[in-house]
Design a protein around this ligand. Structure first.
Ligand SMILES: NC(=O)c1ccc[n+]([C@@H]2O[C@H](COP(=O)([O-])OP(=O)(O)OC[C@H]3O[C@@H](n4cnc5c(N)ncnc54)[C@H](OP(=O)(O)O)[C@@H]3O)[C@@H](O)[C@H]2O)c1
Length: 259
């Protein structure tokens, strides 16, 4: 399928690795020019080089911490007329409920709610004016079904979801959509770190923890980041203008509900 977005410009936040990188790759394959971001300059540069070589699209690198307003200003300056914004960021650390502090809650809200909202506020008015915009937020399946230890993540991302629900309807008439993708378990560095922690807690090997985790997913496997990227590119496509304000689970059947 031709996604109809060749030549469009996309800012993909936190995109040097994992799910963000996979979204960047799928958008580049669809012909979008990209602005990529991540804190580690070398990793970012490696990813940008790989994507340039694989797809030939124009790629601008903005290294830096997204939670720093100066990084966000630089991202916006690199592409003030972005057609597509993929909001992604690092996730809050796993933390037992009793260990959560006001500071960790504030940090989670900053990273996973306030930062994406600030980018939407900066970029959506231009999209509305140009009558095309696609905003995709990477949230989590934990917004829909709790995961113990990820309370800060779930709460901050649920806040983002509810906050943007009204804006999604406000901008719909101007062909600007806002949707979230809720990942279950995907094979990324973050997921591997989670497995190592679970293995240490249970006193089993990482391989055993991996086998158990896969067995709990109806699909019997973790998601491939490329599958995530393909969904993101579709939501960013010319064909997805009638989908807005939605939260799309991609979890191999992990969520145990009919709806
Ligand atoms: N993978 C899963 O199964 C899964 C499931 C549910 C939710 N999620 C959520 O989805 C998001 C992406 O996860 P992932 O698995 O792709 O993680 P990942 O493999 O660890 O990749 C995270 C990416 O974000 C960048 N990053 C992290 N903090 C940043 C910051 N403050 N400013 C700029 N860039 C930053 C990282 O680069 P640097 O470290 O160099 O900055 C890296 O490129 C996270 O919020 C995660 O909690 C993931």
């Amino acid at each position: 399928m031709d996604l109809g977005i060749a030549g469009r410009k996309a800012i993909v936040c936190a995109s040097s690795k994992g799910l963000g990188r996979a979204c960047a790759r799928a958008l580049a394959e669809a012909g979008c020019a990209l602005v990529l971001n991540g804190r580690d300059k070398e990793v970012l540069s490696r990813t940008a080089t790989e994507l340039r070589q694989a797809t030939g699209v124009e790629i601008h690198e903005v290294p830096g911490d997204l939670d720093n307003p100066a990084t966000r200003t630089e991202l916006i300056a690199a592409c003030p007329d972005a057609d597509i914004l993929v909001n992604n960021n690092g996730g809050p650390p796993h933390q037992a409920f009793g260990e959560i502090t006001r500071e960790t809650v504030l940090k989670g809200i900053e990273s996973n709610m306030l930062t994406p909202i600030a980018l939407v506020q900066a970029l959506a008015p231009g999209m509305v004016e140009r009558k095309f915009g696609r905003i995709i937020n990477i949230t989590s399946s934990s917004v829909r079904a709790p995961i113990a230890g990820l309370d800060v993540s779930s709460g901050a991302r649920a806040g983002l979801t509810a906050f943007l629900a009204s804006a999604a309807r406000l901008f719909a008439r101007d062909n600007v959509t806002i949707n979230s993708i809720q990942p279950g378990s995907f094979d990324t560095d973050r997921a591997i770190a989670g497995l190592s922690r679970a293995a240490a807690q249970r006193g089993v090997s990482v391989d055993a923890a991996r086998t158990d985790a896969k067995a709990r997913i109806p699909a019997g496997r973790f998601g491939d980041p490329a599958e995530f990227g393909a969904l993101c590119a579709f939501l960013a496509s010319a064909h997805a203008g009638f989908i807005t304000g939605q939260n799309i689970l991609i979890d191999g059947g992990g969520f145990p509900g009919a709806f």
